[in-house]
Ligand binder design. Structure first.
Ligand code: ZN
Length: 371
């Protein structure tokens, strides 16, 4: 079977290359191309030529002279890194200091909406729950000896994990993985650790399975990543939308650049289960509105043959067809048809449009500024 994104686009995945993300935006790492009236140009160029017509007055007035968001499909067959996203101040510092690894100066608030069951680690568990779990496993005791028994325990313990010497990591992890592999009954944290250790043997980031909330999102459930909160996406397909940035601070479980000291210093060490967003009901679908101005998402489920009226509210949108073949009929203009995997740019100057899917139930994701 083709990977999800290759299947969505109707192409063959390149062999031996990861094929885990589809990007729609103007980030310089992967600019979208727009076809308009026979011309073909990058979306950022189109915005530079016609900022008001494409982005809209309200987007410009809010201080955005480029597309404020980056829309992605994430389809991961294996766990991704333990990471956090910087706030604006830190992103500016990191970009100035290390533009190779921090390619822009923007923050990266992000939403991930599950399209399939989606496994993730997100935010710290309450410290007492972490401590109880660690005490169940004598193999981990040497890693955590002598930590302060007070409110600083979590910060000190997580730092210890990322600074203790490699021989100790190897010994503790190997002993624990060997023990867990023999047992059928594992807690979600145990199972997550074992899975991470098998993917990333001897990687100290794997112990995050005991520190962070282990989540299994169902389709339609979503996570919002505020700055400076640790997380890792483990498996599944999701719609992601974020501010227009590719700044990620990684601490483990990756072959990419690792910046442990920055990650340990930036984290809020807030404890508790993260909010799982389920969106607000729309007449046809659900709307996800995060607490940032850069983006909001609608997931539209369109019964076959039933037209749905959409309004632009004077803002730019990007629409991506996830299922079905759909026709967009902008008011007073020629209609445009798109199959699964195709996307439309809806410029702000176009006030309204009718969307209809032909023979089967269609699914369309719409991203726009949250203004
Ligand atoms: Zn992330």
């Amino acid at each position: 079977m083709e990977p999800y994104i290759a299947d969505l686009l109707g192409i063959s995945a390149p062999p031996d290359l990861p094929f885990g993300e589809l990007w729609l935006g103007t980030h310089h790492a992967a600019r979208a191309l727009v076809r308009a009236k026979g011309a073909r140009l990058t979306l950022d160029e189109l915005i530079r030529r016609h900022p008001e017509q494409v982005l809209g007055k309200r987007t410009l007035a809010a201080g955005f002279d480029d597309l404020p968001f980056l829309l992605k499909i994430l389809a991961s067959g294996q766990p991704l890194s333990i990471q956090a996203h910087p706030d604006k101040a830190l992103a500016g510092e990191l970009h100035a200091r290390d533009p190779k690894n921090y390619p822009d100066a923007n923050h990266k608030p992000e939403i991930a909406i599950a399209l399939t069951p989606f496994a993730a680690l997100c935010g710290f568990r309450p410290a007492p729950a972490i401590r109880a779990d660690l005490h169940r496993h004598a193999e981990l005791a040497p890693l955590l000896a002598g930590l302060p028994d007070n409110g600083d325990w979590l910060r000190a313990a997580y730092r210890r994990l990322f600074t203790v010497d490699e021989a100790q990591v190897r010994a503790a992890g190997t002993a624990l993985a060997t023990k867990l592999a023999k047992h059928d009954e594992r807690t979600p944290e145990d199972a997550c650790f074992l899975r991470l250790w098998n993917h990333f043997p001897e990687d100290r980031g794997t112990f995050s399975a005991f520190f962070l909330n282990v989540l299994d999102l169902q389709p339609g459930e979503a996570l919002f990543q505020a700055p400076n909160e640790p997380h890792a996406y483990l498996e599944g397909v999701a719609v992601e939308c974020m501010a227009n940035s590719n700044n990620v601070v990684r601490a483990g479980c990756t072959g990419k650049f690792i910046d442990r000291d920055v990650l340990l210093a930036m984290l809020t060490y807030r404890e508790g289960a993260p909010d799982i967003m389920r969106g607000e009901a729309l007449p046809h679908g659900r709307s996800y509105i995060p607490p940032v101005p850069e983006f909001a998402i609608e997931l539209l489920d369109l019964p076959a043959g039933q037209p749905v009226e959409l309004a632009s509210d004077g803002l730019i949108s990007i629409l991506l067809v996830l299922a079905g073949t759909c026709t967009l009929q902008p008011a007073g203009q020629a209609s445009l048809t798109a199959r699964r995997g195709s996307s439309w740019l809806w410029p702000a100057a176009l006030p309204s449009a009718t969307l209809v899917c032909q023979s089967e139930t269609g699914r369309v994701v719409r991203a726009r500024p949250n203004l």
